[in-house]
Design a protein around this ligand. Structure first.
Ligand code: S3P
Length: 167
């Protein structure tokens, strides 16, 4: 089975995923990186050219590809759970782990970030709070396991995932 990491932008999916994969001797994939590689352009450029709807279509096809992997650790984009079909697809070959961080943690981590098109707004903090409130029920219902970091550091999250999944 794959281990699929989901959660809001900035929750640490990529950092945690890389470390977890290394510790478990598994391959690591990031669905955003797969999109960038396939399309030959950045996520920002894709949003500029085809908008969020176009991006979600590309994302859906990458999720299908990612679900064909075996024994991998897969970090997914924060919006993957918006489409229930993605969740269904990922569950066919993987266990979904939700990294449940607070809006405050996300705000602190992404305040200067320029690579998330949905957050390039002057009211970034409000947008993060609103989006997280809307999405959190979706992450929770998609998740086979939920990790609530106390401090939020990647080592703590990796340890919790290994414990919860008996790895
Ligand atoms: C998005 C999250 C991003 C990326 C895109 C949209 C979202 O991935 O897929 O900018 O809607 O939450 P990360 O969660 O890896 O930042």
């Amino acid at each position: 089975m794959n281990i699929v990491l989901c959660g809001f932008m900035g929750c640490g999916k990529t950092t945690v995923g890389k470390r977890l994969a290394k510790e478990l001797g598994r391959k690591f994939y990031d669905t955003d990186d797969m999109i960038v590689e396939e399309q030959g352009k950045s996520i920002t450029k894709i949003f500029e050219e085809v908008g969020e709807c176009g991006f979600r279509e590309i994302e859906k096809s990458i999720i299908k590809k990612a679900s064909q992997l075996e024994n991998a650790v897969i970090a997914t984009g924060g919006g993957v759970v918006l489409n229930p079909e993605n969740v269904e697809t990922l569950k066919t070959t993987g266990k979904i782990v939700f990294i449940d961080v607070t809006a405050q943690m996300v705000i602190a981590r992404l305040k200067n970030n320029k690579t998330r098109p949905l957050l390039q707004r002057p009211d970034k903090e409000k947008v993060i709070e609103k989006m997280l409130t809307e999405r959190r029920p979706k992450y929770l219902s998609a998740a086979d396991y939920t990790i609530v970091p106390q401090y939020g550091g990647p080592n703590e999250v990796v340890k919790c995932i290994k414990m919860q999944l008996n790895l």
